[in-house]
Every structure is written in C-alpha cells, then in structure tokens.
Design a protein around this ligand. Sequence first.
Ligand code: FMN
Length: 197
Amino acid sequence: MTHRPATTDLDIHPLIAGRWSTRAYADRPIDHAKVVNILEAARWAPSAFNAQPWRFVVFEKSGDAAAFARAFGTLAPFNQGWNTNAQVLVAVLTDTLNAKGEPNANAAHDAGAAAMALLLQAHAEGLAAHTMSGIDADAFRAEFAIPERFKVLSVISIAYHGDQQTLPAALLEREQGPRARLPLETIAQFGGWQTAG
Ligand SMILES: Cc1cc2nc3c(=O)[nH]c(=O)nc-3n(C[C@H](O)[C@H](O)[C@H](O)COP(=O)(O)O)c2cc1C
C-alpha cells in the first residue's frame, strides 16, 4: 500500500497527512541524486541559534554494500527483520555541544526537526522512510568511531514502497490498522495549562 493517508479531523497539507511509516519495502535501488535531495531538505530545518546540530551518516546499499551491512548490523533484531529490502540507512546524530563547547539543550529537538524534513522530502519523492530508535547506538558509535560529543539518536531506513503481502501476519496487521493519534484537545491547550494530567 503506497498510500495510507491519515484520517485527519481537519484539512491539512497532503504531504503531512500522506507521510507514514511502512514496513513493506521494494528491493529497488534509489538514485544517489534522490538521496542527496532528501538530505538537502533536512539541511534547511530550523534550529536554535541556527546551530544546525544535526549530522547524518548515510549508507547506500548500491554505493557501499559493506558499510551498509555494518550499519544494518546495529539495528535491533526486530528492525532487521522488516528492513531486508531497505536501500538506504541514515543515522541521525546530533552535536550535544554548542560552538563554545557547552551543552546544547536544543540538540535533540533540532535534529528531530531535521529528521522530519527528511521524512517529508522522502515522501514527496515517492519514497518510504521509517525512523527507528530500535538500534544499538553504542554499537553504531563503536563501529563507525563516532566522537563522544555526537549522540546517535535514530536510524531512518529508506526504500520504495513494496508489496505488503510479503510481510509476516503480525506486521501486516499493524500495516493495515488504523492510524491513530491523541485527540487535539489532549495535545493542545489554549491560553494556559488547563488539565490535571
Ligand atoms: C523516534 C522514533 C523511533 C521509532 N522507532 C521505531 C522502531 O524502532 N521500529 C519501528 O518499526 N518503528 C519505529 N518508529 C515508527 C513509529 O512506530 C511510527 O512513526 C508511529 O507508529 C506513527 O506511525 P506513522 O509514522 O505511520 O504515522 C519510530 C518512530 C520515531 C519517530
């Protein structure tokens, strides 16, 4: 299923409603130029003091299969299971220190914004992209000699949409289930904090 738009309560931009995290990937290479385009979108995310703390370590199966396999090996077993057709892995890192060498309180926030820009651009390019925090961040750090100041936040896998009928039953069920979100009243309050929770 290429399209699984959210049933939103109100009209929002189709790019946002249409992005979703599939686990059914096609074994089809992605042009390097497309990958660079997706990264360019991430580059233009907003950040506190325009510090741009996000860093991406990119692995293309068609470009460097050995490095791709090393990165793949740091995914949690569950994620390895449905990523056999993934073509690109993008590790999302953030610089925990600012230019003065002090902790950057916005480091994860801003890297998250860049990651979302990346996901949306991938969707706009007709690709599927799926964020995973189910990774062995320490193993990734060791494998690729990531300096201490950079925190490994997640890995995003990218591929063309594939045939979801190839998924195991449990994943197929998740794939076809309703896309749920908390009600707007729960996540947004107007004029101040109104609820006890
Ligand atoms: C930070 C983060 C970590 C996630 N980790 C995983 C993961 O390890 N494995 C997985 O299958 N999905 C993972 N997801 C995907 C979420 O389950 C998914 O985004 C959520 O269910 C909402 O579905 P949607 O993206 O299709 O709207 C993660 C998403 C985010 C943002």
